[in-house]
Design a protein around this ligand. Sequence first.
Ligand SMILES: C[S@@+](CC[C@H](N)C(=O)[O-])C[C@H]1O[C@@H](n2cnc3c(N)ncnc32)[C@H](O)[C@@H]1O
Length: 249
Amino acid sequence: MEHYSNYGEFSDPRLVAIYNTVNPIDGYKKFYVDIASKLSASTIVDMGCGSGLLTCELAKAGHQLIGIDPSSAMLGLARKSPCGEQVQWIEGGVEKLEAFQADLAIMTGHVAQFFLDDAGWQAALSSIHKALRPGGHLVFESRNPDVELFADWPTETSHQKLQDPVAGPIEWWQELAVKDARVKYEIHYLFKRSGEELVSACELRFRTQEEICQSLSSSGFSVQCTFGDWDSSPVGAYSPEMIFVAKRR
Ligand SMILES: C[S@@+](CC[C@H](N)C(=O)[O-])C[C@H]1O[C@@H](n2cnc3c(N)ncnc32)[C@H](O)[C@@H]1O
């Protein structure tokens, strides 16, 4: 289990090519576009921007965008998108933040959960703090660890069937491997035309609301509000998300 994860969904060109079909941003697009507007953010850093779908929506809304991601394959997809030239795309991790001063930093698509150990998470928050202007905001989400894991994801017995514009019909589903504060799981992808099945082995960290609030506070942020879902409802026992709006002190 030491080297369990390969995160093939972000690195295998065959999986990156279907990433936008499998991972639409409809659920959270409006929330982030609205909050960026409400905060009057001029410059936004999108940490872990991936294929850049949301980065582009924010650029289209008139904000100046910097998209940072360690995956060259995902950035390749982002650069080729229709707004590719409106965004500054940077390959790398949080160390790349030191070149910037932004009004808003975001981590969407549960990027925060990819920081598996506490030292890495704390270092990421410190780097984001330095990259924000005084009074700047950090907005991100993490899944609620108290609700059933991936309750709405397809399973081995109920594949999700999709039509990719290039790859054609595909099916995907997840299989849980280890359920802990660090959750290990596999995402299976079946390409119906060729019958080829690819697997992305992933690991995510599930932190509690209290742990995240504490880490934000010790990194120089004040938590302004925490929502439980994309409709901005408060966090409750059954909320799927914990969406943090934090301000740089
Ligand atoms: C689920 S995707 C989300 C992409 C995008 N933010 C979205 O909403 O569609 C997670 C992204 O986080 C990136 N990532 C993984 N570990 C990271 C890290 N330590 N620092 C920054 N980004 C990371 C991956 O390369 C991947 O593109």
